[in-house]
Design a protein around this ligand. Structure first.
Ligand SMILES: [Zn+2]
Length: 501
């Protein structure tokens, strides 16, 4: 192999001869990529040498992946190496989803403890304080933040949240949202199936959305992903058109056997709104199972066969994490009920008596719908991973991005690799206002992933959900290696990302 022409060391890092996917969705080109400090400085032929030379021949070099739907708000501080994400090639996470935010601190701490039982966190003041904590204790990946409507609402209404907010309470929530926006959050998220978000009136949501300003970002876990999916999507689209905000439908799906196929209609509604000029987008994780708290499934009534989560069978609900009862983890609730010789709802109550925060995996979607949503041009990728160290979390936490690239793009040939990469790089960067991210071009931040297109694949399964993926070789964040040769180095060059003014 010929040596690069020049002898001068001019760059910190040069990748030689990889197939470069620039994030734009265009097919790859074979090129060298030079990095100085935290930026890409040249793409093409690079005659001069780097202090570090990386032979990328036969491999793909892409912008680092952006997880637009992360719940690593607290994991970023408690487990800052974020191995489950960076080993997938994720270099930026957007937290604060589904209405669950990082401030004010008190309700945020309660949330933190539902994800990380018993965790201790030194208090921070507001969203500004959280972002400054990340500045001081950086994780391995970059983190950007959405304000969580449910958390703002909890801070103002407290336990008495099963009702509409008063005008005075709404004013207080707006003040908290103002703090978040001043601090640099990207937008506002809602979780309209969860307490306390589900009791928000339309007027409350409209007032808060207006505060985001024209084109502001509103992400939503809609009011129903089951029987009332289409009404719930209509509500989100109407809010966008009424207030001028840009709407992101989170983890889009149709849940429950009786609702399979409904995403054909929901996507048609999205297309119609976009044709009217509305700014509407989606995200998705690539699995036919969802994951939530057992308490939410019980409350939905779907364990009786048909409820707010649609029609589920007892074997569709599998225990994922039950503190103190690991022998139940991995078992379908229907099987436990049979062995206990009680009804399935009573079995759920027995599990909740042992651990009120028990999580489940719900096999409630169909493959055709997952594929329809993934093929839609407005769909980005968000893991929705639940970063628990206990039990058997949904494998999306460890597998989402390699599964899109290896399973859906390569093996199923559902979409070209360059388009799959676009959905996890330049598209979300533009959409979420992450300036300088998501592309390989001179001036861009050097968030990069080097992977083997022939072998990349998720290895995490429902039975063994913590297996890191295959085929991801190196990951760089802000020009510094975090993963090399498939090994996490323990480096933490991530940054708190704030919305550009
Ligand atoms: Zn959600």
């Amino acid at each position: 192999m010929a040596r690069p022409g020049g002898d001068d060391v001019r760059f910190d890092l040069v990748f030689r001869g990889g197939r470069v996917y620039d994030g734009s969705g265009r097919p790859p080109v074979v090129a060298d990529v030079a990095v100085t400090d935290d930026r890409v400085v040249r793409v093409g032929d690079v005659p001069d040498r780097g202090s570090v030379e990386v032979d990328a021949q036969g491999l793909c070099l892409a912008p680092g992946f952006i997880d637009v739907h992360s719940h690593d708000d607290f994991a970023a501080l408690l487990e800052p190496a974020l191995p489950f994400k960076v080993m997938q090639g994720v270099t930026t996470e957007i937290v604060g989803n589904c209405g669950m935010g990082v401030a004010p601190f008190e309700p945020a701490l309660a949330l933190a403890r539902s994800f990380h039982p018993g965790c201790e966190l030194a208090p921070w003041a507001g969203h500004r304080g959280y972002l400054e904590r990340l500045d001081a204790e950086p994780p391995s990946a970059n983190v950007a933040v959405l304000a969580g409507h449910g958390t703002l609402r909890s801070a103002v209404l407290g336990e008495d949240c099963r009702r509409a907010a008063t005008d005075a309470e709404l004013t207080q929530m707006m003040r908290l949202l103002d703090e978040a926006l001043q601090a640099g959050v990207l937008g506002l998220s809602t979780g309209l199936i969860y307490e306390p978000g589900r009791d928000a009136s339309e007027a409350e949501l409209v007032e808060l959305a207006r505060q985001l300003g024209e084109g502001g970002l509103y992400t939503t876990h809609v009011r129903s992903e089951a029987d009332a999916l289409l009404d719930a999507v209509a509500e989100a689209l109407a809010l966008g058109e009424r207030t001028g905000v840009s709407v992101q439908l989170s983890h889009h799906k149709a849940s429950g056997r009786n609702n399979w196929g409904k995403v054909v209609d929901s996507l048609a509604m999205v297309d119609a709104a976009r044709q009217r000029g509305a700014d509407v987008w989606l995200d998705q994780y690539p699995y036919t199972a969802s994951s939530t708290s057992l308490a939410a499934v019980l409350a939905s009534g779907s364990l009786q066969g048909h409820g707010r989560m649609g029609e589920l069978r007892p074997q569709d609900v599998v225990l994922a994490t039950v503190e103190g009862q690991p022998e139940w983890e991995g078992a379908p609730l229907g099987e436990l009920a049979r062995s206990w010789q009680i009804g399935v709802e009573d079995a759920a109550r027995r599990v909740l008596a042992a651990d009120a925060h028990a999580w489940v995996v719900v096999h409630g979607m169909c493959e055709e719908d997952v594929r329809r949503v993934l093929q839609h041009p407005a769909t980005m990728i968000g893991s929705d991973g639940l970063p628990t160290s206990l039990g058997r979390p949904h494998p999306r936490l460890y597998g989402t991005f390699p599964r899109i690239l290896g399973h859906y793009a390569r093996d199923v040939a559902l979409l070209p690799l360059e388009r799959a990469i676009h959905k996890m790089t330049a598209l979300p960067a533009a959409r979420f206002g992450l300036r300088g991210r998501g592309k390989i071009e001179p001036g861009a931040f050097a968030d990069l992933v080097l992977f083997d297109a022939a072998t990349i694949l998720d290895q995490a399964t429902f039975d063994a959900p913590r297996r890191p993926p295959a085929g991801v070789r190196d990951v760089y964040v802000n020009g510094r290696a975090v993963v090399r040769g498939g090994r996490h180095l323990g480096t933490r060059p991530g940054r708190a990302l704030r919305r550009a003014a």
